[in-house]
Design a binder for this molecule. Structure first.
Ligand code: TRP
Length: 362
């Protein structure tokens, strides 16, 4: 049986992630410690973390903890990385977490030169509705803007005393002033919920955001005057590019699907993706397809098919050669356009919701 079951680690990119775990001293993710693991957890897309047991214990013992993430409202596009983060936030919201979503408008102004006014407009008209369409439960979420949150800025100033330039460079590779300010502000965000009540917190991130987690954990260890819990983190793999590279990249638009994206464009991109089909139909029927190398199967697995049974059936059909690469692409294109349509509709509905923004005295 083992041969034909979907191995969640069974993609060509496994070695890269093992290296990342080793290099950064991450924990392997173990889905057994969490109740009702979601699709990303079950399929090995969530692959690593830090201090996960602490959060699992909070869930089990129904103790308070929080989940937090933030985004820079730079342009009106999201990608699959954002979708995975939202799905992880939703998982923890459904399992008792206090939820914070912040708009990183200070960071956007420092590193992307977006004015606070512009950032505010984009966050309200696009990013927050999109996060809700991707699964965030707005009724259980507290929102804030960095620029309005004096406590976060105050924390950033305090944390500035806890780290040297050399350490910063060791974590981030480079250290220009705008990055330093943004990173310290981000540490402020990550710990801010603990000012009200000291409790564990978890930050779902893409692997590329791990430096922020490491910096914040270093800061916590050195901050004796306020006793924070070390923040936990949970990490998703990248959605590989349609051409088979480790991650989708905006600099190669043909490799990358935006959220939401126009039907005709997204279909064309899927049709041109690297598949696991053989060079001739005869060979495909005889040897079977190669789902492990197929970026279209990867899209189905990571994002488009919720049911494990349904995914298993497609895997079996494809692997046996009964389903062709053309057919799996048609299927993915159908699922993808249905997904985009629903996302656009849900965004419209979300745009008129009343949100819980923290109000700050001015
Ligand atoms: N730096 C993040 C980004 O580039 C945004 C961000 C700010 C954030 N504060 C955060 C993310 C706290 C997670 C947790 O999009």
């Amino acid at each position: 049986m083992a041969v034909n079951r979907i191995d969640p680690w069974g993609s060509v990119l496994v070695e890269d992630y093992e290296r990342i775990i080793e290099q950064f001293g991450l924990e392997h993710f173990d889905q057994k410690i969490f109740p009702d693991p979601n699709r990303l957890m079950r399929r090995g897309i969530v692959f690593a973390g830090r201090d996960l047991q602490r959060i699992a214990t909070c869930i089990e013992e129904k103790k308070p903890y929080y989940v937090l993430t933030g985004f820079m409202p730079t342009n009106d596009h999201l990608h699959f990385g954002n979708k995975m983060v939202v799905e992880m936030v939703r998982y923890f919201q459904d399992h008792g977490a206090h939820t914070y979503i912040l708009v990183a408008d200070l960071e956007a102004s420092a590193v992307r030169k977006v004015s606070l006014e512009e950032a505010r407009k984009r966050a309200l008209s696009f990013h927050i509705p999109a996060y809700i369409a991707l699964g965030l439960d707005p009724a259980k979420t507290t929102f804030y803007f960095q620029s309005q949150n004096r406590d976060v800025v105050q924390l950033a100033f305090t944390f500035a005393q806890k780290i040297t330039l050399a350490e910063f460079k060791a974590i981030y590779g480079k250290a220009d002033p705008s990055r330093i300010m943004s990173a310290l502000t981000q540490s402020g965000d990550i710990l801010y919920p603990q000012l009200k009540e000291r409790m564990p917190g978890i930050i779902p991130v893409g692997v590329d955001q791990d430096p922020h987690i490491r910096l914040t954990r270093d800061i916590v260890r050195r901050t004796k005057e306020t006793k924070f819990f070390l923040p936990s983190a949970i990490m998703c793999k990248y959605t590989p590019s349609l051409q088979g590279d480790l991650k989708m990249s905006k600099s190669k638009p043909e490799s990358c699907i935006e959220l939401p994206e126009d039907d005709a464009i997204v279909k064309k991109k899927i049709m041109r993706a690297i598949s696991g089909g053989r060079s001739t139909l005869e060979e495909h029927r005889r040897l079977g397809g190669e789902p492990e190398k197929c970026m279209v199967f990867e899209l189905l697995k990571q994002h488009l098919i919720e049911s494990d049974d349904e995914l298993q059936k497609i895997y079996d059909e494809y692997k046996s050669g009964r389903m062709t690469a053309g057919e799996i692409k048609q299927l993915a294109a159908r699922k993808m356009t249905a997904f985009m349509e629903k996302m656009r509709e849900d965004m419209k509905k979300a745009a008129s919701l009343k949100l819980n923004f923290i109000s700050f005295k001015t």
